[in-house]
Design a protein around this ligand. Structure first.
Ligand code: NOJ
Length: 569
């Protein structure tokens, strides 16, 4: 592998494309209905055929699977559901032999309540790990153990209060996610040292970096003040922990303790709900930042109302304003991650596209827009074949803890169960988690057993096998987009200028690097649009289009969901 380029003027990851694997749903090698690590190893050809550079693996560590592995009970072992440590060593080796890198998920805002650290910490108030989690007494005057006496009013992201009573200690512990995901106390130097040690241990095994789960939440305002009340009846704690007073200090320490003296070419990406452009710039500043890039959420929150479950139809101008602002704000000094999908988001073609009549056209148009921005694109498994949301019939079809808890909480508060189901079908994380659609055969070729979550019925026509050799498939288009990034320095480094910011249907922009200029025009609507390309476009060279060419000369109207990439001369 090449030597460290992290500090050189041109880090390798600027030209890279990352592919996210959600192991539970990718490929099952042993017929138990749950994807596993050997299943991933068996399908690496698919990834190298696409041309991706990095594989990001969602958690495979030992875990009770309360939140599908984001609740870790042993960072130094693999959950038997997914395989063994030897399987992961083998995967690392194979990924490298395919010329790709492997990035692990790092979940250290919280552990599982079944982690040995927590089991020790919960025992009493004096054990050596007594302060490894965030423990607080009942509110004065409240009845200890009751919800009313919780130390503050914060709600958990997975419904209900963010505090759980522990009878052994007669104290509450904080859990921003499920009650089986207690938050670590990063104020403790021992906690931080244990995390650093664990990260070094994985790097020693050969992994190439980390995607850091909700990493901006690790520093809490020590006063833990009440939050503003939300419709759920709980307080919004975000202002008190989404950019806490010590977050930069902690991440700078991680960089220093784990990466700085280590030769190699790593990638660090921080998942950061609620992060602003100013904060993101500070995190990713190429001279002084602590991380290579962050995941921000603004563009995937635009169709949310007061909570993620309320739908607010997307206005394209808002999407352009948001993504355009991030392009400008992170400019030369910072760096963007570019994504439409991941394991927490509904499928983009059903969300900002059209998964009916214009399925192929809209999947490829959205991909074109994203991949031609400045930043590092992430492809989430199944996105490259245009996988869609799922027609879940009833609440019994859902597995995701967030979705199931929300359903019960909303119904208990008086919502009509049918209305809640409508919003779950649109927004639930399970839309992203149904098994990867490899073939038209039984269970989409994902497993020979019974899949842990139903397979989308559209796998009969929407699958890898059907698309692999079809030059007009969604998958072929992703392959071309990834190749374009690898071939064209302007895609990697070019400046970004938004065009037509107020046009309600067309997403257009230019990328410029010296004399090299690309223009992207994408009609993100189901109606043809005429007259948006400039007169000079007649001399431009069409580099890439997403529709079979009937008439894509610059003068021709943009057909529904048509995207064109021109080299401007
Ligand atoms: C963000 C992860 O992406 C999500 O899947 C998980 O539930 C929470 N963090 C808690 O770890």
């Amino acid at each position: 592998m090449p030597i460290d380029t992290r500090t050189s003027s041109d880090p390798w990851w600027k030209a890279a494309v990352v592919y996210q694997v959600y192991p539970r749903s990718f490929a099952d090698s042993d017929g138990d209905g749950i994807g596993d690590v050997p299943g991933i190893s068996d399908h690496l050809e698919h990834l190298s055929d696409l041309g991706v550079d990095v594989v990001w693996l969602s958690p495979v560590y030992r875990s009770p699977q309360d939140d599908n592995g984001y609740d870790i009970s042993d960072y130094h072992d693999i959950d038997p559901t997914f395989g063994t440590l030897a399987d992961v060593d083998d995967l690392i080796d194979r990924v490298h032999r395919h010329g790709m890198r492997l990035v692990m998920d790092l979940v250290v805002n919280h552990t599982s309540d079944e982690h040995a650290w927590f089991e020790e910490s919960r025992r009493d108030r004096t054990n050596p790990k007594a302060d490894w989690y965030i423990w607080r007494d009942a509110r004065p005057g409240g009845m200890p153990g009751s919800e009313d006496a919780a130390p503050n009013n914060w709600g958990s992201f997975f419904s209900g209060p963010a505090w759980q009573w522990c009878p052994e200690r007669e104290q509450y512990y904080l859990h921003l996610f499920s009650r089986k995901q207690p938050d670590l106390n990063w104020e403790s130097p021992e906690v931080r040292a244990a995390v650093h040690e664990m990260m070094r241990w994985w790097l020693d095994r050969g992994v190439d970096g980390f995607r850091m789960d909700v990493i901006n939440l690790i520093s809490k305002d020590p006063g833990l003040p009440d939050g503003e009340l939300l419709p759920t009846g709980y307080g919004d704690g975000m202002p008190h922990f989404s950019y806490g007073p010590r977050v930069h200090e902690y991440l700078a320490e991680v960089k220093r303790e784990v990466f700085d003296s280590r030769p190699g070419t790593f990638l660090t990406v921080g998942e950061m709900p609620g992060v602003t452009t100013d904060q993101a710039l500070r995190f990713t500043d190429r001279e002084t930042g602590e991380l290579d890039m962050v995941f921000q959420f603004e563009h995937v929150d635009l169709d949310h109302g007061r909570t993620k479950w309320d739908h607010h139809p997307l206005a394209l101008v808002d999407l352009k304003r948001s993504l355009g602002r991030w392009q400008t704000a992170l400019g030369e000094r910072g760096w963007n991650s570019l994504y439409w999908n991941n394991h927490d988001q509904p499928r983009i073609v059903s969300r900002y596209g059209d998964d009916g009549a214009c399925w192929r056209e809209s999947a490829t148009a959205l991909a074109t827009v994203l991949h031609l921005h400045r930043g590092t694109p992430y492809v989430y498994q199944g996105e490259e074949i245009g996988m869609t949301n799922v027609p879940f019939a009833s609440i019994d079809d859902f597995r995701d803890i967030e979705s199931v808890n929300h359903f019960h909480e909303a119904v208990a508060l008086g919502a009509d169960p049918e209305d809640v189901l409508v919003s779950l079908r649109r927004t639930s994380r399970d839309n992203a988690r149904t098994p990867m659609q490899w073939t038209s055969g039984e269970h989409a070729g994902f497993t020979t057993g019974t899949p842990w979550l139903q397979v989308n019925p559209n796998h009969t026509w929407l699958n890898v096998e059907a698309q692999r050799d079809d030059p007009e498939s969604v998958m072929a288009h992703y392959r071309r987009l990834i190749a374009l990034r690898h071939q064209e320095p302007v895609v990697v480094d070019g400046d970004f200028t938004m065009l037509l910011p107020d046009h309600p249907a067309v997403y257009a922009f230019e990328r410029t690097l010296g004399d090299d200029r690309l223009a992207v025009y994408a009609n993100l609507s189901g109606e043809a649009v005429d007259g948006v390309l400039p007169e000079q476009a007649h001399g431009w060279e069409l580099l890439l289009g997403n529709l079979p060419s009937a008439d894509d000369s610059p003068g021709a109207p943009l057909r529904p969901w048509e995207a064109r990439v021109y080299r401007v001369s």
